[in-house]
Design a protein around this ligand. Structure first.
Ligand SMILES: [Zn+2]
Length: 301
C-alpha cells in the first residue's frame, strides 16, 4: 500500500524539473547536409576553449555525402552581437544615465560597473567569455549603481528601493527583484536571458557553451526543492532547447577512431572540427587531440 502511494510521489518528484527545463538529447541521425552556420553552432555546444588562449583560428572541414571535401577557416566563432544589439545598448545607456538625474540630493548615484566600451567588448568577443556564466554586463545591457549620501557609500537602504522603482518606471529591470540573490544596485535592459534570446535568437550561441553549467545549477536546486530560485535558468534552458530542436549535433558518446580519419592533421594554434556526412561522424578537437562522435539531431526529451 505504502509502495503504491510512493510510486506516483516519486514520479512527481523526479519528473517535474525535467518537464520544465525540457532536456534535449542528441539522437543519432544521418545529416544530408550541414551548413557552415549550423556547423559553427554544433561546435560551439562542445567548445571548451572559452578563453581561446592560443587559438588563432578554427578550421571547419566538411566531407559531403558525395565525398567532396570543403574547408572553411574562421578567426572567431562569436556572433557580431555588438552590432546586433547596438540599438538595445544605446537605449539602455540613455535610460541608465537618466537615472543619475532622478536620484536627488542629498543622495548621489554613481555607476561602478557600466557598459564595457566598444574596444573592451571587441576584445571580449574575440577572446570568448570568462568561465563564469554570462551576465547582461557582458552584453553591455546592465550596470551596477552605487548610491552615496553626503559622500558616504550606502550599501543598502530605502533609497535603493526608490532607485529600483525609478528604473522600472523607465522600462528597466531591477536587481532588487531577483529571487534568491537580490542585487539592489543592479539594473538591466531585459527581464532575463530567455527574453533576450527570444528577441535575438543569434545571441543564444553565446550561451551554448554554458548550457551544461546552467543545467547542473538548475537541477541541483530542483533536487532540494528550491525550484523557485532558478526560474530564470529554467526559462533560459527551455528557450535554448526550443531553438535547437531538430538542429544538427554531435552525440555525446565518443566513438572509435574511424579509418577514414587517419589522414586528419591538426595544426598548432588551430582548432580543427570535421564533419564526415558520408560516414556520419564528427571530429572535435579538444586540447592537443580530440574525439569522434556520431552525427545526430537534437530532440526534446
Ligand atoms: Zn550587476
Amino acid at each position: 500500500m505504502i509502495l503504491i502511494c510512493l510510486i506516483p510521489l516519486l514520479w512527481l518528484f523526479f519528473s517535474f524539473g525535467e518537464v520544465d527545463a525540457k532536456l534535449r538529447i542528441c539522437e543519432p541521425a544521418k545529416l544530408e547536409s550541414l551548413d557552415w552556420e549550423e556547423f559553427k553552432w554544433l561546435y560551439k555546444q562542445q567548445d571548451s576553449t572559452f578563453s581561446g588562449d592560443s587559438v588563432a583560428h578554427y578550421v571547419f572541414i566538411r566531407i559531403n555525402p558525395d565525398g567532396s571535401r570543403e574547408t572553411r577557416e574562421v578567426a572567431a566563432l562569436h556572433q557580431p552581437w555588438t552590432d546586433l544589439l547596438a540599438s538595445e545598448i544605446d537605449s539602455f545607456e540613455v535610460k541608465r544615465d537618466s537615472l543619475i538625474k532622478r536620484i536627488h540630493s542629498p543622495y548621489r548615484l554613481k555607476y561602478t560597473s557600466t557598459t564595457r566600451n566598444k574596444k573592451q567588448q571587441l576584445a571580449l568577443q574575440k577572446k570568448g567569455f570568462s568561465k563564469a556564466f554570462i551576465s547582461f554586463h557582458n552584453f553591455g545591457l546592465a550596470a551596477d549603481g552605487a548610491i552615496y549620501r553626503k559622500g558616504r557609500y550606502l550599501k543598502r537602504g530605502m533609497i535603493y528601493d526608490q532607485y529600483g522603482y525609478k528604473a522600472k518606471e523607465i522600462g528597466l529591470y531591477w536587481g532588487g527583484d531577483f529571487v534568491g540573490f537580490p542585487d539592489p544596485g543592479h539594473i538591466q535592459a531585459f527581464l532575463n536571458s530567455a527574453s533576450l534570446i527570444q528577441k535575438y535568437p543569434e545571441v543564444a550561441l553565446e550561451y551554448e557553451p554554458f548550457k551544461n553549467a546552467y543545467e547542473r545549477n538548475y537541477f541541483k536546486k530542483v533536487d532540494i526543492g528550491k525550484e523557485e530560485l532558478v526560474e530564470d535558468s529554467r526559462d533560459l534552458l527551455t528557450a535554448l532547447n526550443k531553438l535547437r530542436e531538430n538542429k544538427p549535433c554531435a552525440c555525446s558518446q565518443a566513438i572509435p577512431f574511424p579509418a577514414s580519419a587517419s589522414n586528419l592533421q591538426l595544426k598548432p594554434y588551430t582548432i580543427t572540427v570535421l564533419a564526415n556526412l558520408q560516414e556520419n561522424y564528427i571530429f572535435i578537437q579538444k586540447g592537443s587531440y580530440g574525439y569522434f562522435y556520431s552525427t545526430g539531431r537534437w530532440k526534446l526529451d
